[in-house]
Design a protein around this ligand. Structure first.
Ligand SMILES: Nc1ncnc2c1ncn2[C@@H]1O[C@H](COP(=O)(O)OP(=O)(O)O)[C@@H](O)[C@H]1O
Ligand SMILES: [Mg+2]
Length: 174
């Protein structure tokens, strides 16, 4: 695996090796703890979903878990934060009436990677929708030396994928 050194103003940037995705997920001793992380995210005050469904489907004979919530969704910047480690700005939504559950910016990564090797996220706000990928299979296939997360953003008004995407938020390949 090539180790490319990236820097900011000449100062080296620390990297997250793709293997860390699995290592981090081992904090969940059982799968239900990982599922709870994804339910917590739908409940949290920045998302405030009133409904969440969890289903198991097969795609090309590969079992997948599908989590769908009707919460606030994410724009591109928020989706990138979700796919990053340690980024969390939920504090501003915290109130005595609705306390945040997550606070370390880790639950989605540890939870999804405990349930499967790959997760694809479909999310939308009013005008824009995004698709994001956190995939150990992909990172291995391209021999990545750090975690890269492809994100596609598009306008919902002009896209026929809209109907499909509006119905699915996470598909996790297990
Ligand atoms: N279902 C969701 N809908 C909208 N935003 C979400 C959802 N799940 C996670 N997020 C966003 O991703 C961020 C990171 O989530 P997560 O990794 O679980 O961190 P934390 O452990 O702090 O909850 C959250 O702060 C939230 O803004
Ligand atoms: Mg969380």
């Amino acid at each position: 695996m090539a180790f490319n050194q990236d820097s900011l103003n000449g100062i080296s940037l620390s990297k997250i090796n793709p293997n860390y995705l699995h290592a981090n997920s081992t904090s969940h001793v059982w799968a239900f703890g990982a599922i709870a992380e994804l339910i917590d995210n739908a409940y949290d005050p920045d998302v405030k979903a009133s409904h969440i469904s969890i289903d198991k489907i097969d795609i090309n004979k590969i079992p997948c878990l599908v989590f769908v919530d009707n919460g606030a969704g994410m724009n591109r910047e928020q989706l990138l934060k979700m796919l990053s480690l340690g980024c969390c700005d939920k504090d501003k939504y915290d109130s005595p009436k609705h306390k945040t559950i997550g606070k370390y910016g880790n639950g989605f990564k540890s939870g999804s990677m405990r349930l499967g090797k790959d997760v694809i996220i479909f999310t939308r706000r009013i005008e824009k929708a995004c698709v994001g990928l956190l995939s150990q299979t992909y990172l291995k296939a391209i021999d990545a030396d750090s975690v890269i997360v492809p994100i596609l953003e598009y306008s919902t008004s002009a896209n026929i994928l809209f109907y499909m995407l509006a119905r699915k938020e996470y598909i996790i390949r297990v």
